[in-house]
Design a protein around this ligand. Structure first.
Ligand code: ZN
Ligand code: ZN
Length: 170
């Protein structure tokens, strides 16, 4: 009776060990499968997600590039406008300088005439006392003072009948 009992006990122990082994192997297999799944997921991430990220970054850079090109185009346009304005200012400056030099020359000539002819050139042709200030119309001779202009019926310079006069400030 003892021998069969021992045998059945040994079988039971063996069964128990076998179950333990099977359990451990199953756990190891499950861990291996999980590891394989994890590695596969990482590989998929690298294979699909990374290119998607690169694509998104490329698109973002492309949009930035387009915006920069627009800004560059606007700056180029502004540069052309500023150059055109600078050229206009330069032309205006040349014109003003020429006009100023002409006025200076005229003033110099007038000053020299005054030195040569004295003030008699600017005296009224009628009273020869007061300075001329009235231009006779229609002949445009500047030869009357404000007092003599009122009574003059004709230009004392060319004798043409006077129809009016314009006051001139010298
Ligand atoms: Zn006069
Ligand atoms: Zn006249």
């Amino acid at each position: 009776m003892i021998l069969p009992l021992l045998r059945s006990k040994a079988i039971a122990v063996n069964n128990c060990e076998r179950e333990g082994l099977v359990h451990r192997y199953t756990e190891q297999i499950n861990e291996g499968v999980s590891e394989i799944h994890r590695r596969n997921w990482e590989a998929m991430t690298l294979a699909f997600v990374a290119p998607l990220r690169e694509e998104a970054q490329t698109e973002r850079l492309w949009i930035e590039n387009v915006a920069l090109l627009e800004k560059l185009r606007a700056l180029t346009l502004q540069k052309h406008r500023l150059f055109a304005a600078a050229r206009r200012c330069e032309a205006l400056s040349v014109t003003l300088r020429t006009s100023f030099e002409a006025v200076v020359r005229q003033n110099d000539a007038a000053a020299r005439e005054r030195e040569v002819f004295g003030d008699s050139r600017y005296r009224c042709w009628v009273c020869v006392e007061r300075e001329v200030s009235e231009m006779v119309i229609p002949c445009h001779h500047l030869c009357l003072c404000v007092v003599c202009e009122v009574v003059a019926g004709e230009c004392p310079c060319c004798c043409e009948p006077k129809s009016g006069a314009i006051q001139v400030f010298l």
